[in-house]
Write a protein that binds this ligand. Structure first.
Ligand code: ADP
Ligand code: MG
Length: 324
């Protein structure tokens, strides 16, 4: 069973109304609480050794940061603020104490930066090294931004260059380990930055109609927004923001830069839709220093299409990662 089928199966079987459940499966976080405003947000993400990280190039300090960052990112994707963390570790005997100490240092530092507290978790021994984090966040009195609110005619924005983390991973895979932690691509893979402040502003000022974080590549992540909002999206290839040196580096590795930008996962930038009437609000955020690029628009169709530089239009829905 593919990942999407499994999730929709669980979603259907467990669907039911509950006075305390505001939104269940289908968004970056589930929302619950006693009232529609001021809900709690909850989300979980797991990283498994040799599937999601490789210890030969991932320093434990940065891995600790990343496992928390990817969870905080799901709270940011709904415009919330992270508060509490549950940390579960499956620990093989081969993992040294010093490695573990550095992992915890990374977890501690990122929790301090985002004012989060680890309030529990679980520790077990096992064959595989796996890290699972659950984050609890709050929306305060700001309405959370769901994946389901995009409307035809809205513009689509992303909060940064696309494909950097995927290129970083490809660099490590190709044996290019130096200068690990120095280069923007390596760092994007090792230690992503969740966009909490930006997500908050987009929610607070009712700019984003639908939003999510870029974990699986924009071709897949935007397809989730389209599915939940019952709309289509048209991305413009010539608007996809690209880091300087990205194309050259891709060419050196024999990779197609546009494909990596569309399908490469783990950038943890935000992708969101916003009405044309919010352009001035977007300009204001840009003036405040937030990086925001328009990359396309919401259409009456279905799924994600790409307007290529040669003017052809191609369906690219769900072309990204499927199990990250
Ligand atoms: P994200 O990339 O934002 O972490 P996912 O694509 O992993 O989200 O998951 C999409 C939705 O499916 C989320 O609402 C998530 O909570 C839910 N989900 C994923 N896996 C499972 C599972 N095994 N059981 C129940 N819900 C799941
Ligand atoms: Mg997400």
């Amino acid at each position: 069973m593919a990942e999407r089928e499994l999730i929709s199966n669980v979603r259907e079987r467990f669907y039911r109304e509950d006075g305390k459940l505001i939104a269940g499966i289908g968004d970056d976080c589930a929302l619950f609480g006693n009232q529609e405003n001021n809900p709690w947000m909850i989300s979980t993400d797991m990283l498994v050794e040799n599937v999601h990280f490789n210890r030969s190039w991932h320093p434990p300090y940065r891995l600790g940061r990343k496992v928390v960052a990817v969870n905080i990112s799901d709270v940011a994707a709904m415009g919330g603020v992270p508060k509490f963390i549950l940390l579960s570790i499956c620990l093989p005997a081969r993992v040294h104490e010093t490695w573990l100490e550095k992992l915890i240092d990374g977890i501690y530092d990122i929790c301090r930066e985002y004012d989060c507290i680890v309030i529990g978790g679980d520790t077990v021994s096992g064959e595989e090294l796996a890290l699972s984090v659950t984050v609890v966040g709050t929306a305060g009195l700001v309405a959370p931004v769901k994946r389901s609110g995009a409307e035809v005619g809205d513009e689509i924005y992303v909060s940064g260059n696309l494909g950097n983390a995927a290129l970083g991973l490809e660099l490590f895979r190709s044996g290019d380990k130096s200068p690990a932690g120095q280069n923007v691509f390596h760092l994007a893979h090792l230690d992503p930055t969740p966009q909490v402040n930006l997500g908050r502003k987009l929610a607070e000022h009712s700019i984003a109609t639908a939003m999510q974080d870029l974990s699986d590549g924009i071709a897949t992540d935007l397809a989730h927004i389209c599915f939940e909002s019952k709309v289509g999206a048209l991305l413009n290839e010539s608007l996809l923001p690209m880091e300087p040196g990205f194309a050259e580096c891709c060419n050196r590795l024999g990779l197609d830069p546009t494909k990596l930008q569309l399908n490469g996962g783990e950038d943890y930038h935000l992708v969101f839709s916003a009405p044309v009437a919010k352009r001035h609000a977007i300009k204001k955020l840009q003036a405040e220093g937030f990086t925001l690029y328009k990359v396309g628009e919401i259409t009456a169709g279905q799924g994600v299409a790409l307007l290529k530089k040669n003017s052809e239009v191609e369906d690219i829905s769900y072309q990204g990662y499927e199990h990250s």
